[in-house]
Design a protein around this ligand. Structure first.
Ligand SMILES: *Cc1c(COP(=O)(O)O)cnc(C)c1O
Length: 229
């Protein structure tokens, strides 16, 4: 036995409390279990506890788990940095990509997404705290990428993903999440026909702040599966 089941109950309780505090509807917030480095058995256990959405960061590791768990009705999200030569796995096997940060990736995914599948849901990763080495595009480049995505029928541009600067005080993290929400609100105004309804933000340590700022997908690893070893 692991502690996955009680951990999920605790995380759900935190989400519910945070939603209540902000007057938000619980049904707007999806719990995405980040299963990188975890065995397929842990994912099956989390699924038995009611979770459906799982996030993976590494293509090779993900492929083995997708194969092992193909019998379960899971929704797979790719959330890590994606190399251009690894797009095919995401295009063919995943439901979501949270870390789209350049046009080249979008073009490859558009070409590789099989016609028999629904469009791949994508979130654009934004480097919201302007960190030198961080993944994600500069907010100034957002419109140009969104405009290009609008013409790609195999991709559905759903919103934005961020990871705020580590080690900030809570008020600064909240401000980063709020700026992200403002960026999405601007895009929704300028691109009213696009399905821009998603803010992928908040992890184990800061999901309450993210929900306060409007998060619709929280990505939780450690507080569900325990510390990564
Ligand atoms: C690992 C990871 C998470 C989960 O982080 P925890 O602190 O373990 O909850 C969320 N998002 C991304 C992009 C990650 O790589």
């Amino acid at each position: 036995m692991t502690t996955i089941l009680p951990n999920i109950a605790k995380v759900r309780d935190r989400i519910q409390q945070a939603a209540g505090k902000s007057g938000r509807n619980l049904s707007e917030i999806t719990l995405l279990a980040v299963s990188k480095t975890r065995p397929a058995s842990a994912i099956a256990e989390a699924h038995a506890a009611g979770l459906v959405h799982f996030g993976e960061n590494y293509a090779q590791e993900a492929q083995a788990k997708l194969d092992a768990l193909a019998h379960l009705p899971l929704v797979w999200h790719f959330i890590g940095p994606l190399q251009s030569n690894k797009t095919r796995l995401v295009a063919e096997r995943f439901d979501w990509l949270h870390s789209l940060d350049r046009l080249k990736l979008a073009e490859r995914l558009q070409a590789q997404r099989p016609a028999g599948l629904p469009p791949l849901n994508v979130c654009i990763e934004v480097n919201i705290d302007d960190e030198g080495s961080k993944a994600g595009i500069d907010p100034a480049g957002l419109d140009r990428l969104v405009a290009a995505l609008a013409g790609m029928d195999r991709l559905a541009v759903r919103g934005l993903m961020v990871i705020p600067r580590a080690g900030q005080p809570p008020a600064a993290t909240l401000a980063s999440f709020r700026r992200t929400a403002d960026l999405l609100a601007g895009l929704r105004q300028r691109y009213p026909t696009l399905p821009l309804d998603t803010l992928s933000m908040g992890m184990s340590a800061d999901l309450e702040l993210a929900i306060e700022a409007g998060s619709t997908i929280v990505r939780v690893g450690t507080d569900i599966f325990g510390p990564r070893v």
